[in-house]
Structure formats: C-alpha cells, structure tokens
Design a protein around this ligand. Structure first.
Ligand code: PMP
Length: 409
C-alpha cells in the first residue's frame, strides 16, 4: 500500500505567503492550483466581498437575477473574443464542462440531429471530476480508467506532439482529422485544453494544432469547446490561450482565476447562435439549474478580480518577467541526470523528471526549504501568483535546484 502524503495545516495566507500552524511561512508556487493570481488576502477583493455581503449573500437564480451577475457577465463578454456573448455562471470548473457538453448536445438535438451526442477529446487531456467531464479526461492516465464501463464512451485523438515554439509537422493532426471525418455524424463537439494540457502532463503544444482543429470542426459541422479553466486570465502570457492561435471556440469554459481563488465560481460562454438554437429545442432553455448558480458574493469578487487584472498592462509585464526569470533560473536543471525536460510558458515552469524519480517524496523537502510546490505525476510545476516579487520567485527556483541536487536527483 502507498503511504498517504503528509498534509500541512495552513492558518493564514497573505500575498504569496502561506503560514502553517507551526509558524513556518512558505512562499506559494502553486497559486492554489492556478487560481490565486492576485495573491491571498487582497484588500480590493476583501472589500468587494464585504460590500456585497451587506446587501445579499445569496438568492436563487431561477426567475430572479441581480446586479453582481449582470456586471460580471458584461465584463466576461467584453473580455473574451467575439462572438462569445452569452454567459452561464455555475459553481465549479467541472460543472462548467458539464454545462458545455450539455450545450453542445442540446444544440444538435434542437437542430434535429440527436445522433450527434458524443465528444472527441485528446489523450493527455483533463477536464474535471464529474461524470461527463471524466469521460473526456485522458482514458488511461486520467480517472477515466477507474470508472471504465460506466462513463459515456467518447472518441480520443492522440496527444498533440509538436511543442509550442518548435517547428510544426502537419502529420501531428492526421489522426485527429481521420477521427473527426469518420465520426462527424456522431460527434457533437471537440473538447480540449488550448495550448497547455495541464493535469495530464503539463504539455505545451503548437498553436497550429489548434488552428487545424478549428478548421476541421468547421468543415465537419462539429462544435469546438475550449477548456480554459486553467489557462484563462493571462496564465500563458495572453489573456486566453486561444489567442496564441488566433481562434475562437463555440463554447468556452472558465474557472479557477475567475475569482482569483476567493470563491468557487465558473463560467461557460457561448455564441448567440448556439444559445438561441439550443433554446429553440424542446426544452426551451439549457437544462441546468444548480442551487448556487451565479452566487452574488462570488460574482462580486470575480468582477473585482477582473477589474484589478484589467487596470493596466501590469499583468502582461508581470507574466512576461516571470516567464523570463523561470527560463533563466530553471535552465540549468536540464543538466541533472534525473531531469527529462524543462519547459516554460507564461507564468508556468515545468521540470519533468525521469520515470525512476518518485516526485511525491520531494514535497516535504520543499516545505523544509520554505516553499510550497506539489509535484504531480512526473512533473514539478511552478505557477506563482502574478504579484510575486523576483526575489521570492528566486527563492522557489533556488530551493528546487538545491533539493534536486541534494536528493541526488
Ligand atoms: N479543466 C481543467 C483544464 C482543469 O485544470 C480543472 C481543474 N484542475 C478542471 C477542468 C476542473 O475544475 P474544478 O476543479 O474547479 O472542478
């Protein structure tokens, strides 16, 4: 039996620092899984919450609406590429993927093509923990395999092979093209994480792959869902990762950094054409009505977070300088025999270890070194809040190099 990893109690968090119950302070290199872009305990976000709680913490969103939801929807429509101008606010990233899948299925039902209800996803993809979301996660390494037989059966194309920033090989999309061509009568939508495959291996792939996928979806009458739950709001150096390829999806999922990690909220955006078509079907509207949909506190803090992000070009400058620093300071790790690859994109740095290394053993050493990183699978990954100071980021990269050398890694 595998021993469970240690768990560290946190008593407070401020800026880029986590304070443990025993008084130790850790510099956070994880942004609480991509979410906390503005740092913890931010005065402006705290204020937005305090203001909102005085008027209304929650109200049902069926038959009622409210200013925090309307303000947030307007911000999201303005921020995302045209023609994404319809917004569904839900309560977690996984649920926003469920919503996206339901939108696609209802769309084809409304168009009189109910056979189009399956998804084409990518090996190495990750889209969440709920059932439809699990069904489009990597079928081998994701959670899919544990539930094989009870999940909806989907189509899978191989993981994109060409790396971001390296030459494009047209063969990379051949198998995908074959699958979508052969099964387009059954496929409602393609779902993928644009540019960065996150939990399934922290892999950065070529933007041309996305452009080809967009063109193939159009050619075969298939919708494109992009899952930007992890990459949205600037993490890859552009506001949305799709911008690297200059494409726009039919349906876009956002979450995590939407509230800068304050509250659980996610959004699924689509075009007026998809929204109006699916509403014309027998159901008359999207069949989704969760209790905490568009929670006013979460909406208010999300609006404040977006306003903070868009105040100037500070986040672009910050993500660019994090990217440069990660490139400079992680480059030497490739010399270590246990390191298989080092890659950096935007405010994401990845050290991929050889298979022989048990990365879970590294976390306690990182904690002893005063940093918080939680390696997964074969990757040590660093994705700090955008507000991190260069000296704090250096503490993280120094500690990583030191731990790898000391461990004989
Ligand atoms: N999609 C992607 C790309 C993710 O990274 C995640 C979370 N790791 C999800 C979906 C699921 O989001 P949540 O954990 O908020 O349900």
């Amino acid at each position: 039996m595998i021993a469970p990893p240690p768990v560290y109690p946190v008593v407070s968090a401020s800026g880029v620092h986590l304070t443990l119950a025993d008084g130790r302070k850790l510099i956070d290199g994880m942004s609480s899984w991509w979410a906390v872009i503005h740092g913890y305990n931010h005065p402006r976000l705290n204020l937005a919450l305090e203001k909102q709680i005085k008027s209304m913490a929650h109200v049902m969103f069926g038959g009622l609406t409210h200013t925090p939801a309307i303000d947030l929807a307007r911000r999201l429509v303005a921020l995302t590429p045209d023609p994404l101008d319809k917004v569904f606010l839900c309560d977690s990233g996984s649920v926003s993927v469920e919503v996206a899948i339901k939108m696609a299925i209802q769309y084809w039902q409304a168009r009189g093509r109910p056979r189009k209800h399956r998804l084409l996803a990518l090996a190495g993809g990750y889209h969440g923990d709920t059932f439809a979301a699990m069904s489009v996660c990597d079928p081998v390494t994701g959670m899919h395999h544990l539930f094989r037989g009870v999940l909806p059966q989907q189509f899978f194309a191989p993981r994109p092979g060409c790396r971001f920033g390296e030459p494009w090989d047209p063969d990379d999309v051949t198998e995908f093209a074959g699958l979508i061509g052969a099964h387009c009568d059954e496929i409602a939508a393609v779902i993928l994480e644009p540019i960065v495959q996150g939990a399934g291996g922290m892999w950065f792939y070529h933007p041309e792959y996305l452009r080809q996928v967009r063109a193939l979806c159009d050619a075969h009458d298939v919708l494109l869902i992009t899952d930007e739950i992890a990459t949205g709001f600037g993490r890859t150096g552009t506001l949305f990762a799709c911008e690297h390829a200059g494409i726009v999806p039919d349906i876009l999922c956002l979450g995590k950094a939407l509230t800068s990690g304050y509250l659980t909220l996610a959004a699924t955006l689509t075009t007026a054409s998809v929204a109006e078509t699916l509403s014309c079907g027998g159901a008359g509207c999207l069949m989704q009505g969760p209790t905490f949909m568009a929670n006013p506190l979460a909406c208010a803090v999300a609006t404040a977070s977006i306003d903070l992000l868009c105040e100037s070009d500070w986040w672009q400058r910050s993500v660019q300088s994090i990217e440069q620093q990660l490139r400079d300071e992680l480059a030497a790790c490739i010399e270590l025999p246990s390191v298989r690859d080092v890659r950096v994109l935007g405010a994401i740095g990845v050290i991929e270890m050889q298979e022989s290394v048990d990365v879970r053993r590294l976390t306690p050493r990182f904690v002893e070194s005063g940093i918080w990183l939680r390696p997964f699978d074969r990757q040590i990954y660093i994705m700090p809040p955008y507000v991190i100071e260069p000296q704090d980021l250096s503490c993280i990269t120094d500690a990583v190099r030191r731990v790898l050398v000391e461990k004989g890694c």
